[in-house]
Design a protein around this ligand. Structure first.
Ligand code: DGT
Ligand code: MG
Ligand code: MG
Ligand code: MG
Ligand code: MG
Length: 273
């Protein structure tokens, strides 16, 4: 395109390239979902259909962006992780974030009728915000993931107890809140069991653990003796990409805080050295 006198406006664009060699996490979160979940009468505190819809939308995002290695979702939020070697969109934060947000939102609306067949969506339609944060080490990344899963556990135990007091115990919201002020996890477990015969351990795993999504792919990057991934040749890299695209995407409701999950699936965080 020929230069025009208008061309100078390009200089106003600010670069937003994320630090190289760092794990990129894009977290999206439903906008005003307090109201949205009320409007569509989501079951409290957890609506399995709604959570499955979130998971299905996230799976669509994973499918369309093979650079994503893992995702974790709870409530109205999802965190998507790009490998530290990812070069998609030259690692521009706004391009990565907006692509994930819009792909996720499209899938959420597209898949809605499958999960809520009797409840058509009407405006205002669901939307999501998003942000990108980089983490320099696997330790930091895993601590981030652990932070979200601990949050899931704390909130779910609180909400499960709160709604038991209200729905089964006939308390009003204020009284239930007061009852729970200052209680520890053990106290909430006890309230659930002694008053409502609910064993928290038997609650659905999706509610207790949230949802982790990953590719069920064999280790594509061999590790050296020190456990560092070996660099791949160009053809091997291309093969790996194809494998990623074809890999089955798995949704699981399991612990991602302890080492087991990661140790059993070394391909998730391995990559080009
Ligand atoms: P925001 O994110 O600042 O735009 O505002 P909200 O209202 O989305 O707030 P947020 O994201 O902190 O909290 C999520 C809301 O969504 C919270 O009110 C609980 C609700 N929510 C999420 N999942 C479920 C569900 O499965 N059932 C019900 N009833 N509510 C849910
Ligand atoms: Mg919020
Ligand atoms: Mg929200
Ligand atoms: Mg939220
Ligand atoms: Mg364009």
């Amino acid at each position: 395109m020929a230069n025009s006198k208008y061309e100078y406006v390009r200089a106003f664009e600010q670069p937003d390239v994320l630090l190289p060699n760092t794990w990129i996490v894009v977290r999206i979160d439903g906008r005003g979902f307090h109201g949205f979940t009320t409007k569509y009468k989501f079951k409290k505190p957890n609506d399995a259909r709604a959570l499955e819809l979130m998971n299905a939308a996230a799976e669509g995002v994973m499918r369309e962006l093979p650079d994503l290695v893992v995702a974790y979702g709870v409530s109205d939020e999802f965190s998507f992780v790009f490998h530290k070697d990812c070069t998609l969109f030259e690692r521009r934060a706004s391009k990565l974030t907006t692509t994930i947000v819009s792909t996720f939102s499209s899938y959420y609306v597209y898949l809605w009728p499958k999960y809520f067949p009797d409840t058509p969506l009407t405006p205002p339609l669901p939307s999501f915000d998003g942000r990108a944060v980089v983490y320099p080490s696997v330790r930091n990344l895993r601590d981030y993931m652990s932070w979200r899963q601990v949050d899931c556990h704390i909130n779910n135990l609180y909400n499960t107890t709160f709604w038991a007091l209200v729905q089964l115990g006939g308390m009003d919201a204020q009284a239930a809140e007061k009852e729970l002020t200052g209680t520890l996890s053990a106290d909430k477990n006890e309230i659930l069991f002694s008053r409502f015969k609910i064993n928290y351990n038997n609650e659905p795993e999706m509610f207790k653990k949230g949802s982790v999504i990953f590719r069920d792919s064999p280790l594509s990057h061999p590790l050296d003796d020190a456990g560092f991934p070996q660099p791949l040749s160009k053809t091997a890299t291309e093969k790996d990409r194809k494998r990623r695209v074809k890999a089955r995407i798995v949704v699981a409701h399991i612990d991602i805080i302890k080492d087991e999950f990661w140790a059993a699936r070394p391909w998730i965080l391995s990559g080009k050295a």
